[in-house]
Write a protein of this length. Structure first.
Length: 154
């Protein structure tokens, strides 16, 4: 069981408002950060592989990014309440595991996602950014990633 403090949960939740206000811009920043580090990962995303660069005003891209941001935020809430992360819907967890395996996701990709997420959080929060805020998001993401990795190994 992880200890995730009330303050860490509050940091994640308060910064969530910044995300909700600017999902289109932040989703582009998020995927740009990923492709900057791992250009070949473009083919892993159906909504990116037919485009040069990152498509703007792409609802599928925005929904996918928002889902990642939301799942990480939900992980922070679960860590505080339960001391662990669970993807409540088992079909969703099985599906996440399956899709990640099918797309060829490997362990280092999770680190790239984490770095892109933290860069996006920093951009979203502006002058409210702090190392403590980054650490809270980092822990929530790492716990979520661990659950997905476990679902990937049948």
């Amino acid at each position: 069981m992880s200890i995730f403090t009330e303050k860490q949960e509050a940091l994640v939740n308060s910064s969530w408002e910044a995300f909700e206000k600017n999902i289109p811009h932040l989703s582009i920043l998020f995927y740009s950060s990923i492709l900057e580090k791992v250009p070949e990962s473009k083919d892993m995303f159906s909504f990116l592989k037919d485009f040069d660069g990152i498509p703007h005003n792409n609802p599928t891209l925005e929904v996918h990014a928002e889902k990642i941001f939301e799942m990480t935020r939900d992980s922070a809430v679960q860590l505080r309440l339960n001391g662990k992360v669970e993807v409540v819907d088992e079909v969703t967890l099985d599906y996440l595991g399956y899709v990640h395996v099918q797309r060829g996701v490997i362990d280092p990709h999770f680190l790239v996602f984490k770095e892109a997420l933290l860069k996006t959080v920093k951009e979203a929060t502006g002058d409210k950014w702090s190392e403590e805020l980054g650490e809270a998001w980092s822990i929530a993401y790492e716990e979520l990633a661990a659950v997905i990795k476990k679902a990937m190994s049948w």
